[in-house]
Each structure stands twice: as structure tokens, then as C-alpha cells.
Design a protein around this ligand. Structure first.
Ligand code: CMP
Length: 138
């Protein structure tokens, strides 16, 4: 049985012209794109998306960053899609955690500007897909 995950190519990824590179890696892994759109994120959606980080010191700058330019939102479908995307993304800190060969390990330097987001659990995936793609059905 397949599962779905919500992926964002953040404003740094879009601005740096890395949409194609990132989508190539997703497809090469075997994950299927079930929905995709480029949007400018409202503060309201951004705050809901990152609600679990509300008390963190970087919350304000994270919201400012994610609303600073276009984002590509994607629903991926595949076997173990949540873990599979997190594997190809690499760890949150692009230098200390993400290994070379991963998206963050190959292309990012700073934790805030880490290019991509991927849901971290089935519960988060369900919530995030409903938030970004309210009409989504597989
Ligand atoms: P993401 O996977 O989208 O989930 C939360 C985001 O918060 C994370 O990627 C980073 O972009 C950001 N983040 C996490 N930790 C820090 C930090 N210490 N400083 C700045 N941004 C952070």
C-alpha cells in the first residue's frame, strides 16, 4: 500500500532555479507526483503549516522566509513516501545532518534555507495535504 506526503520546495529552492533538480531526484527515487502547484503562501497558511514550531525562537523569521516568494507545493505518492522523501532530502541541518548526495547535503548551507520541507509522520502528512490541497483526493 502506498502513502502520501506533502513536500514544499521553499522560496530559496525556487529562487535558485532548483525546481527541476529537486523534481528529478524525486522521480528518480520512484515517487509519483500526485499534485503540484506554485503558490505565494499567505501568512495564515504559513502559521498553520508551522504551528508546531510556534514557540521556537526562529518562528518569526521562518514565517517571513516561507512567505517571501513563490513555493512549489507537491503531494507525493509511493511506498513509504514519507520516509523516502526525508531520505533524499537529508537532515534538517544541511551541514551537520544532511549527507552528501541528499538534496540539502548537496545544495544548502543554512538550517533555515534548507530548500525543501517534507511531512514527518502520517498524521502531519494528512494535516499538511489538507491544508495545502483542500480538494486533494488520490
Ligand atoms: P522544515 O523541515 O520545513 O521544518 C521546520 C523548519 O524550521 C525547518 O525545515 C527549517 O527551515 C527551520 N528551522 C529548524 N531549525 C531551525 C533553526 N535552528 N534555525 C532556523 N530555522 C530552523
Amino acid at each position: 500500500m502506498t502513502e502520501q506526503t506533502l513536500v514544499l520546495i521553499k522560496p530559496d529552492g525556487v529562487a535558485r532555479g532548483l525546481i527541476g533538480e529537486i523534481i528529478t531526484r524525486i522521480e528518480r527515487k520512484g515517487l509519483k507526483i500526485a499534485a503540484l502547484k506554485q503558490v505565494i503562501v499567505s501568512e495564515e497558511i504559513a502559521v498553520q503549516h508551522y504551528a508546531e514550531h510556534r514557540e521556537r525562537p526562529f518562528f518569526g523569521s521562518l514565517i517571513e522566509f516561507i512567505t517571501s516568494g513563490p513555493v512549489v507545493a507537491i503531494v507525493l505518492d509511493g511506498e513509504r513516501a514519507i520516509a523516502a522523501f526525508r531520505q533524499i532530502a537529508g537532515g534538517t541541518d544541511p551541514v551537520e545532518k544532511a549527507v552528501p548526495g541528499s538534496i540539502r547535503g548537496d545544495f544548502a548551507l543554512e538550517t533555515q534555507y534548507n530548500l525543501v520541507h517534507g511531512s514527518d509522520s502520517p498524521e502531519s502528512a494528512k494535516r499538511e495535504i489538507a491544508l495545502w490541497f483542500p480538494d486533494f483526493t488520490l
